[in-house]
Design a protein around this ligand. Structure first.
Ligand code: PLP
Ligand code: ZN
Length: 418
């Protein structure tokens, strides 16, 4: 790893060499998540112009990734996703500008591919023949897909209650899927035990120190894709939906990397959007609770990708909000459902519930005055709407069934508009 200077524990600040530990701070165990640090002065010497190198996707930023020089990237195109300027969404929300970063365009249709790409490369670096993770959905699909792309085996631990659509994606990629009779937490612990026992490479979120590093590349792309022709601050706020808190931690890391290299004039505010029924971090932030001691909550939301009773990356997620002067907010399941067609009709981007939550969050932030009419915001669309057609069908209206006759068309248009 040419430019990595060490791994720093988020709890005790001890700096480790990457050779000292594979995953977490030895003093703090599973809570001791490690942040990767780089020699930014050395990296700043390499100009990165990814728009001239879209075929590289996220690996356009390889100098800022914790990878050995010789490790080959996966054959799938990960990252390099489009960014859209959406004036109708901006008008509807009453802000100056809304950018939509469509990460549902990744190979397994979610932002999690950015992390799983790193996972399969690290597995190859340490010579692990099998990769593993515990997850209920997109992280597992991403790992199974990326592993399939290089012929690695994957073993996935999911709660037995996991949605069938996500299990179908795993099985199709050829993963060994183990349905654990228990919660996500049980699956998480079992996955850790099994990876120690069998020498598998473990991708678990907020345990593996390199996953947030993959996710941060979405920010490098975002800043490189916004036209720099205008001298105003390009972005005032970035909306990120939050479950375990690893994406928002990665987003914050990406911003901190840019700042460390002198490429960020001003830090945008991060807005963490949580489902009202899974609002551990919102509540802790609102009431000044210490997340190192706050017990788990019982999470209930139809946005399964942001359902987390005990967010695994809670320490860093809270820091991301506090250090950018940002905020957490909550949106109800009804607001999330309504945001799916609103986002799709205003931008052409079809998002799964957890991803559409950012648009629901934008509407709420504008209505409550958290952001003003001058705001220039970006929404991260973290997962594709085809991941959960059931949710979309609940909210997007109904289609009339008609006879194959023009008169029937006329009648249907009168009744349903057209
Ligand atoms: C995982 C995921 C999130 C939330 O990311 P966390 O790191 O758990 O906070 C949001 N949206 C989608 C589509 C996801 O897959
Ligand atoms: Zn520590």
């Amino acid at each position: 790893m040419p430019h990595v200077t060490g791994l720093r524990c988020v709890l005790c600040q001890t700096l480790y060499s990457p050779d000292d530990t594979l995953y977490v701070c030895p003093k703090h165990g599973n809570e001791g998540i490690l942040d990767v640090e780089y020699d930014y002065a050395a990296i700043s010497k390499f100009p990165v112009h990814p728009t001239t190198n879209m075929t590289a996707g996220m690996f356009a930023y390889r100098a800022l990734l914790p990878l050995a020089a010789e490790t080959p990237p996966p054959p799938l195109l990960v990252g390099g996703t489009p960014l859209y300027n959406t004036p109708r969404l901006a008008q509807a929300a009453g802000v100056t500008q809304v950018w939509v970063k469509d990460d549902g365009r990744n190979p397994t249709a979610s932002l999690k591919d950015r992390a799983s790409a790193i996972a399969i490369m690290k597995a190859q670096e340490v010579g692990a023949p099998i990769v593993t993770t515990a997850s209920t959905g997109n992280a597992a699909a991403a790992l199974a897909g990326l592993a399939a792309s290089v012929g690695l085996k994957s073993v996935i631990f999911v709660p037995a209650s996991a949605p069938v659509a996500k299990i179908a994606q795993l099985l199709t990629y050829g993963a060994t899927v183990l349905l654990v009779e228990g919660s996500y937490d049980d699956a998480f612990e079992l996955c850790l035990e099994a990876s120690h026992e069998f020498g598998w490479y473990c991708r678990n979120t907020a345990y593996n120190p390199y996953m947030a590093e993959g996710k941060k590349t979405v920010i490098f792309e975002l800043y490189d894709q916004i036209p720099q022709t205008d001298t105003r601050l390009p972005l005032t706020h970035i909306f990120v939906s939050v479950g375990d808190g690893c994406i928002i931690s990665g987003v914050h890391k990406g911003l901190r990397d840019l700042a460390a290299m002198g490429r960020l004039a001003e830090m945008p505010q991060l807005i963490g959007v949580q489902a009202a029924g899974s609002a551990y971090l919102y509540t802790a932030w609102r009431h000044g609770e210490d997340v190192r001691h706050k017990p788990p909550i019982v999470a209930h939301t139809l946005a399964d990708s942001i359902s987390a009773g005990l967010p695994r990356d809670r320490v860093r997620a809270l820091a991301a909000i506090e250090q950018t002067d940002g905020a957490f907010l909550t949106v109800t399941d009804a607001e999330i459902l309504a945001a799916i067609p609103a986002l799709a009709r205003g931008s052409g981007v079809f998002a799964e519930p957890a991803a559409a939550a950012t648009y629901a969050g934008l509407q709420k932030a504008a209505q409550t005055g958290l952001i003003g009419p001058d705001a220039r915001v970006a929404l991260l669309v973290t997962g594709n709407g085809l991941k959960d057609v059931g949710a979309a069908m609940q909210t997007s209206g109904q289609a009339p069934t008609i006879l194959p006759k023009l008169t029937a068309v006329k009648k249907a248009l009168e009744e349903h508009g057209g």
